[in-house]
Write a protein that binds this ligand. Structure first.
Ligand code: GLN
Length: 487
C-alpha cells in the first residue's frame, strides 16, 4: 500500500472497505505523522490517540460501517466533542470537556470517520491567521514562517501537512475558505442552515456555518454529504433534502462546463488584490472557459459595504453570545476566594480569560447594540445586509455562479497584520458578502503566486450547493491539486 497519509478520503474509504488496509493501520499512520510534524506545524490543540484507535478498531470489527468508515478526520476546536477537550482556542474554556457531541460530530461517527483530535484556530473563531489563538499560532506547511489563514488555520494546515485527509471548519466570514486558499486546500461553506449549528460554540449565530475541508473537491463533497441535512435541534436548520453534491463534483470532474455562466464580480476585479493573485485567478478563469463556461461581468454595487456591515453584525451577535462565559458555568473561574461578589468574579474571569481581539469584538458589539446607537450601527448594517442579498439575487438571475479570488493576498508572514485590526479584516474582503447573504461558496486552488497557493472562489445561490461543487471540480480537473513542499 502506498503512503496512507497521501491518499484521498475516497481512496482510503475504498481501501478500508476492500480490506486492503485496516482502519487501525490508517489511523496509526496519521497519528505517527502528527507525532512527526505537528511540533513544527501546530495544527492540533488536542490529539485523541486513544479515542481514534478505539474508533478504528470498531470499524475493523465491523461494528461501525458507513460511507467514510475508517477515514481519519480532524475537527475544529469550536465544536463540542463529548469527553474530549473543547476550548475554542480560548483560556476561558481551558480544560472544558463537553458532556455531549455536536450533531455533526454524531453524524461523523455514524459515517464511520475516526476523529484524530481538535484543531487550532483564532480564539472563538475571530481572526484570519490563527495568531489570536490563546495557545499559539499554527504554521503554514507551505512556509512555516507564514500564517495558515484563520480562523480555521489548524484544520487547513492539518490537511496540507498530511496529518489528516479531512477536517471540519466553521465559516462566519470566511474561516473555512480563506485558510483553504492560503494552504492550497479545498474549503466549502455550505448554505447557511444546511449544516447544523447544534454543539457549535456560537460566535455570530446568523452567520456561523460548519462545513468541510479537504485536499480535493470530491472529498469535500463526500464530507459535506455526511454532515449536512436537517437537524431539529437547530432552529435555523433547513428542513429540505441536501443537494447531490457528490454527484455534482463527479459531473464537474468530467470537465464539461458548456452552458454554465460564470459571473465575474466587477467590484472585486482589481483594487486591493496582489497582482500574483489576480493572474492566478485569471488563469483559472481561462481554464473554465476552455471547458465551455461563459464569463459575464456582473455588478454587485453593495459588496463594498459588506466588510463594515459584517464588523457590526458579527461583533453584536458575539457580544451577546459570549455573555455566557461568566466563570459560573464553564471552564475558567478567577478570584472566587469567598470575599468577592459574583460580579467581581465574573469581571476578573472575563478579564483573564478572553484575549484582546475577543475583547475588542465584545466592546464593539456592545456599543453597536446600545440604546441611542442601535439604529445608526446595528440597524444600518442589517439594511446593508438586505441590499447585499438583493445584489446576489439579481446577479443569479443572469448567471449560475459568481467567481472571484478567495482572498486578496497570499499567506502573509506572522506579525505583519496584527498591529492594525483593519489589515487583518481585509483578508475576508471577498468571502464576507456570501455569509451576509447565506449562500454556499467554495475555495479551490487555482495556482501559485511567488510559490504560495492562490484560491479561486465559487459562490452559488442558496440551496444550490451542488452548483459550486460542479464548477470547483471542473477547475480542479483542469489545473490539478497542489502539492506542498515536503516537511
Ligand atoms: N476573519 C473573520 C473574522 O475575524 C471571519 C471569521 C470566521 O469566519 N469565523 O470575523
Amino acid at each position: 500500500m502506498s503512503d496512507l497519509t497521501k491518499m484521498s478520503a475516497a481512496q482510503l474509504a475504498k481501501a478500508i472497505a476492500g480490506k486492503e488496509a485496516s482502519a487501525v493501520e490508517v489511523a496509526t499512520a496519521h497519528l505517527d505523522r502528527i507525532d512527526a510534524v505537528d511540533e513544527r506545524v501546530h495544527a492540533f490543540l488536542h490529539v485523541d490517540r486513544e479515542g481514534a484507535l478505539a474508533a478504528a478498531e470498531r470499524v475493523d470489527k465491523g461494528e461501525v460501517t458507513g460511507p467514510l468508515a475508517g477515514v481519519p478526520i480532524a475537527v475544529k476546536d469550536v465544536i463540542a466533542t463529548k469527553g474530549v477537550p473543547t476550548t475554542a482556542a480560548s483560556k476561558i474554556l481551558e480544560g472544558w470537556r463537553p458532556p455531549y457531541d455536536a450533531t455533526l460530530v454524531e453524524r461523523l461517527r455514524a459515517a464511520g470517520t475516526v476523529m484524530l483530535g481538535k484543531t487550532n484556530m483564532d480564539e472563538f473563531a475571530m481572526g484570519s491567521s490563527t495568531e489570536y489563538s490563546a495557545y499559539g499560532p499554527t504554521n503554514n506547511p507551505w512556509d512555516l514562517g507564514r500564517i495558515p489563514g484563520g480562523s480555521g488555520g489548524g484544520s487547513a494546515a492539518a490537511l496540507a501537512a498530511y496529518e489528516a485527509p479531512l477536517a471540519i471548519g466553521t465559516d462566519t466570514g470566511g474561516s473555512i475558505r480563506q485558510p483553504g486558499a492560503v494552504t492550497g486546500t479545498v474549503g466549502a461553506k455550505p448554505t447557511y442552515g444546511g449544516t447544523s449549528r447544534y454543539g457549535l460554540i456560537a460566535f455570530s449565530s446568523s452567520l456561523d456555518t460548519p462545513g468541510p475541508c479537504a485536499r480535493n473537491v470530491e472529498d469535500a463533497a463526500l464530507l459535506h454529504s455526511v454532515i449536512a441535512g436537517h437537524d431539529p435541534r437547530d432552529s435555523t436548520s433547513i428542513p429540505q433534502p441536501v443537494p447531490d453534491v457528490v454527484g455534482a463534483a463527479r459531473l464537474g470532474a468530467s470537465g464539461d462546463l458548456s452552458g454554465v455562466k460564470l459571473g465575474l464580480v466587477k467590484e472585486f476585479a482589481g483594487d486591493g488584490s496582489e497582482p500574483g493573485v489576480l493572474s492566478a485567478f485569471h488563469e483559472g478563469l481561462e481554464a473554465l472557459v476552455k471547458l465551455g463556461a461563459e464569463v459575464v461581468e456582473v455588478s454587485c454595487p453593495h459588496f463594498e459595504y459588506a466588510l463594515p456591515a459584517y464588523y457590526l453584525i458579527a461583533p453584536s451577535e458575539a457580544s451577546s453570545n459570549l455573555a455566557r462565559f461568566d466563570g459560573v458555568r464553564y471552564g475558567l473561574r478567577v478570584g472566587d476566594d469567598g470575599n468577592r461578589s459574583l460580579e467581581e468574579v465574573m469581571s476578573l474571569t472575563r478579564e483573564a480569560g478572553f484575549g484582546p481581539e475577543v475583547k475588542r469584538r465584545i466592546i464593539l458589539g456592545t456599543y453597536a447594540l446600545s440604546s441611542g446607537y442601535y439604529d445608526a450601527y446595528y440597524g444600518q448594517a442589517q439594511k446593508v445586509r438586505t441590499l447585499i442579498t438583493r445584489d446576489f439575487q439579481s446577479a443569479f438571475e443572469r448567471v449560475d455562479v459568481l467567481v472571484s479570488p478567495t482572498t486578496p493576498f497570499v499567506a502573509f508572514p506572522f506579525g505583519s497584520r496584527t498591529s492594525d485590526p483593519y489589515q487583518m479584516y481585509l483578508a475576508d474582503l471577498f468571502t464576507i458578502p456570501t455569509n451576509l447573504y447565506g449562500g454556499p461558496a467554495i475555495s479551490v486552488p487555482c495556482g501559485l503566486s511567488e510559490g504560495l497557493p492562490v484560491g479561486f472562489q465559487v459562490m452559488a445561490p442558496t440551496l444550490a450547493d451542488d452548483r459550486m461543487y460542479r464548477v470547483a471540480a471542473a477547475l480542479e480537473s483542469a489545473v490539478g491539486t497542489l502539492t506542498p513542499p515536503a516537511l
